[in-house]
Design a protein around this ligand. Structure first.
Ligand SMILES: *[C@@H]1O[C@H](CO)[C@@H](O)[C@H](O)[C@H]1NC(C)=O
Ligand SMILES: *[C@@H]1O[C@H](CO)[C@@H](O)[C@H](O)[C@H]1NC(C)=O
Length: 148
């Protein structure tokens, strides 16, 4: 029984390491990875009714890995776009294949400042998809925008 457990453990560890190779990452806890919810309203050009605004503080689980075909937005997003009041954008370039894991700075746009708050997102471009670890907790009415 013991060797079966060991083989299982090694196999599972290998599967985990594909997405979360370093234990130092704040997102080392393997979880799937998860799909990012409500992708249909995350594009920076999308404006929806205020009553339908979505808030990542309730939608994302922080410190877990997410997967997406799409990059985070790297340009300032106007308030009210991207399906929320205070959209966030990455102050930095879109990740390229070969960049490895990068701690990117997400800025939240409020009514006065393009970068009123900053949060870190650990991300990697894997070629066919991106993986993201969101590990700071935004306030209400904030959301990550994506180039869907
Ligand atoms: C990202 O930042 C966290 C927290 O500071 C750090 O532990 C981690 O090593 C960083 N990862 C990369 C790839 O820079
Ligand atoms: C984006 O980051 C750069 C470099 O850290 C900084 O100089 C610049 O002020 C930031 N942009 C905004 C809008 O905060």
């Amino acid at each position: 029984m013991l060797w079966i457990a060991i083989v299982l453990k090694v196999t599972v560890a290998a599967a985990y390491s594909v997405l979360c190779p370093t234990i130092e990452d704040p997102c080392y806890r393997y979880n799937g990875p998860l799909e990012i919810p409500d992708m249909d309203t995350r594009h920076p050009s999308i404006k929806i009714e205020t009553g339908a605004y979505s808030q990542d503080v309730y939608k994302l689980r922080f410190g877990l890995w997410y997967i997406s075909d799409f990059p985070l937005t790297s340009a300032v997003v106007e308030n009210g776009n991207c399906g929320t009041k205070f959209p966030s954008w990455i102050n930095g370039s879109t990740l390229k294949l070969g960049d490895g894991y990068v701690n990117q700075t997400a800025c939240v746009k409020d009514f006065f400042d393009a970068c009123a708050n900053t949060y870190t997102v650990l991300a990697k471009n894997w070629g066919y998809y991106y993986v993201y670890c969101f590990w700071a907790l935004p306030y209400a009415d904030q959301r990550f925008c994506m180039l869907t």
